[in-house]
Design a protein around this ligand. Sequence first.
Ligand code: ATP
Length: 232
Amino acid sequence: MNPIYEAHQLSKQYRQIQALDNLDLTLMPGRLVGLLGPNGSGKTTLIKISAGLLTPTSGSVSIDGHTPGPATKAIVSYLPDRMALPSELSAADAVSMYADFFEDFDEVKAHTMLKDLKLSPSQRIGAMSKGTQEKVQLCLAMSRAAKLYLLDEPLGGVDPAAREYILATILRNYNEDAAVLFSTHLISDIEKVLDEVAVLQNGRLLLHDSVDHLREEKGMSVDEYFKEVFRC
Ligand SMILES: Nc1ncnc2c1ncn2[C@@H]1O[C@H](COP(=O)(O)OP(=O)(O)OP(=O)(O)O)[C@@H](O)[C@H]1O
């Protein structure tokens, strides 16, 4: 089986700040991977480069054999870390817009998810709370049948009751040949669903391992390991 995603010697420099530093990361299809790391470790930068929104200073990303760009936008479902939809649209308008943009978008699935999360399709996005906006964006991102999902903090502002549903939805909705790269600080909430973790520190890959192997080798949960390594 070929990797769906490969970052090779990836670096990103913003003036004096080295946000990514010669990072190599390979993701295989069918894996749900948590992208972890303290604030400022480079998670969003990695996701944005992979989504084709930022250009690396050096190194490369290959997604299903393509450099991030128009070809990868058709196979990558990206969930940004902040609201990216026009505020005047309603949730139903946003669903129609996604249906126009993405061939792999399942409109019925999106409406079912909105209903399950008790979101009003007619409410204007600009009038929604931050957590509600995040839920709408997640419904849209997970209603695509993509090969790679890049989810930047999908649970950040979501209440604990909805987190369970969202995690179950991520697990249920993604096609088993797809990979999911999922950045989060809510490690204890998600480690039970993850196959692997990739941990960033100062723009470098500190560790990339299966959750089972990490727990066995370190004798602790991923959450405990993270707190131990990054204790302030
Ligand atoms: N547009 C920018 N201009 C300058 N520096 C930036 C910019 N965006 C990010 N950085 C810097 O790059 C580094 C990595 O930031 P990034 O947002 O990728 O980290 P992160 O791991 O996603 O952080 P968090 O967990 O806080 O969301 C940080 O030092 C940040 O200050």
